[in-house]
Design a protein around this ligand. Structure first.
Ligand code: GDD
Ligand code: MN
Length: 365
C-alpha cells in the first residue's frame, strides 16, 4: 500500500501547517501528501512550499490558477495521483474537521475495498460544534440525496474517504457533473453503480475552529447536481414530477370546488356532490395533460384512450384512498387518528396512481 492524502485548500493559512505537522507526527510509512490549492490569496500555497522542505513526510503542491471549486480540485488531485504510483488516496479537509487520528483506521480496512467512508451518520459517528440549522441542513440533504439516487451508504456527503487506485482509474473525469461539494455524492454514486465495495467507519466530525467554511450557496448547486444525476434513474425523476403534478392539482381541485360552490350553491348535499364532481373532472384533466406532457413525455396519439385509462387509474386511486382512510379511522377496524388515515390513504393511492400510469396509461413501446 502506498497512500496519498489529498487536501484541497482555499484560504487555509491558519490550519495547513498544523495539519501537515499532525500528519507528520503519525509517522506512517508509505504516506505522502498532496495539497491542491486554488491560488489562495492568503498565501496557503507558500506555507505548503515551506513545509515541503522539512524532512519526514513528502509533501506535494498542485496549484490551480483559478478557484475552480472543491470537486474540480479533487478531480485534478485524483488524476495527479493516477499519474504517480499510489495504490490508495485519502481525501481530507484542511480545517481539522477530519481528525488525522482516523487515517490509520482507514488504512486498516481491507485494501480492496473501493471506498472507505469516514461516516458521521452511523453508530459511533457524529458531529460536534454545528448549530441545529447546519446539522439539519446537512442531515436533510444527505437523506434526500440517498433517496433520490438510491444510495446505500448512510453518509453520502462525507468528505473524509479512502479510495483505491482502481476506482479512481475507472472514473471518466471529463464527464463528472459536479465541480463543487456535490462531487462527494457523485463519487459514491459512481462507485455504487459500477459495483465497487463501500465500507463506512465511524468518525466524529468537529466544526472548524479557525478560518471560514466555503459551503454557503453550495446547497442549491448541489441540489442541481443531484437532479442531473437522477436523469440516469428515469423512474425516480418521473415519480418526483408525478408528486409535484399531484400537489398542484390538489390545489386546483380545492380552488375549483370553492368556485363551483358559489355558482351551483352548497345548500344541499347533492349540490355539493355536483360541485365536487366538476372540480374533480377539471383537476383530473389538467393532471392528465401535465403528466402526459411533462412527467411521462408521452407521444402516443391515442389521446382519448389514454385519457380514459388515466381517469380509470385515478378513480381506482380514489377508491383506494377512501378505503384505506376508512380501514384506519373506522371504530370497526383500527380506529386511529384521521390524520394517519389521510396520510396513509394519500401515500398508498399515490403509489397506485404512479405505477398504474407508468406501467399502463403511458406505457410506451
Ligand atoms: N482547492 C479548493 N477549491 N479547496 C476548497 C474549495 C475550492 O473552491 N472550497 C473549499 N475548499 C477546501 C477547504 O479549504 C477545506 O480544506 C475543504 O475544502 C472543506 O471546505 P469547508 O469550507 O471547510 O467545508 P465544510 O466544512 O463546510 O464542509 C465539509 O462537510 C461537508 C458535508 O457536510 C466538507 O468535508 C465537505 O466535503 C462535506 O461535503
Ligand atoms: Mn470545514
Amino acid at each position: 500500500m502506498k497512500t496519498l492524502i489529498i487536501i484541497p485548500t482555499y484560504n487555509e493559512q491558519e490550519n495547513i501547517a498544523n495539519l501537515i505537522e499532525s500528519l507528520r507526527n503519525l509517522k506512517i510509512s508509505n504516506l505522502e501528501i498532496l495539497v491542491v490549492d486554488d491560488s489562495s490569496p492568503d498565501g496557503t500555497g507558500d506555507i505548503v512550499t515551506h513545509e515541503s522542505k522539512k524532512p519526514g513526510l513528502a509533501i506535494h503542491l498542485l496549484t490551480q490558477t483559478t478557484k475552480g471549486g472543491l470537486g474540480k480540485a479533487y478531480a485534478n488531485g485524483f488524476q495527479w495521483a493516477i499519474k504517480h504510483d499510489y495504490t490508495h488516496v485519502i481525501s481530507m479537509d484542511a480545517d481539522f474537521s477530519h481528525d488525522p487520528k482516523y487515517v490509520p483506521e482507514m488504512l486498516k480496512v481491507d485494501e480492496n475495498v473501493g471506498i472507505v467512508i469516514g461516516s458521521r451518520y452511523i453508530k459511533g459517528g457524529g458531529i460536534v460544534g454545528w448549530d441545529t440549522k447546519r446539522y439539519l441542513n446537512s442531515y436533510g440533504a444527505n437523506i434526500v440525496t440517498r433517496i433520490a439516487l438510491g444510495l446505500k451508504p448512510k453518509d453520502v456527503t462525507a468528505g473524509y474517504k479512502r479510495y483505491t487506485r482502481e476506482f479512481l482509474e475507472s472514473i471518466d473525469y471529463k464527464h463528472i457533473i459536479a465541480s463543487g461539494y456535490a462531487f462527494q455524492v457523485e463519487m459514491i454514486y459512481e462507485a455504487q453503480n459500477y459495483g465497487f465495495s463501500i465500507v463506512e467507519i465511524p468518525i466524529i466530525f468537529a466544526d472548524r475552529r479557525v478560518g471560514q467554511s466555503k459551503i454557503s450557496g453550495e446547497l442549491k448547486r448541489s441540489a442541481k447536481v443531484v437532479w442531473k444525476l437522477t436523469k440516469k434513474r428515469e423512474g425516480v425523476r418521473q415519480f418526483i414530477k408525478f408528486c409535484i403534478v399531484g400537489a398542484i392539482n390538489t390545489i386546483v381541485d380545492w380552488a375549483f370546488y370553492a368556485i363551483f360552490k358559489t355558482f351551483i350553491g352548497s345548500s344541499t348535499q347533492t349540490l355539493k356532490q355536483i360541485a365536487k364532481a366538476c372540480s374533480f373532472v377539471i383537476a383530473a384533466t389538467s393532471s392528465y395533460i401535465m403528466n402526459r406532457k411533462w412527467t411521462f413525455r408521452s407521444t402516443d396519439n391515442q389521446i382519448l384512450k389514454q385519457a380514459i385509462k388515466f381517469i380509470a387509474i385515478s378513480v381506482g386511486g380514489l377508491v383506494i384512498n377512501n378505503s384505506v382512510f376508512y380501514l384506519i379511522t373506522s371504530p370497526k377496524f383500527l380506529h386511529l387518528a384521521d390524520i394517519l388515515g389521510l396520510i396513509s390513504g394519500t401515500a398508498i393511492a399515490t403509489f397506485w396512481n404512479f405505477f398504474g400510469n407508468r406501467k399502463w396509461t403511458f406505457k410506451e413501446d
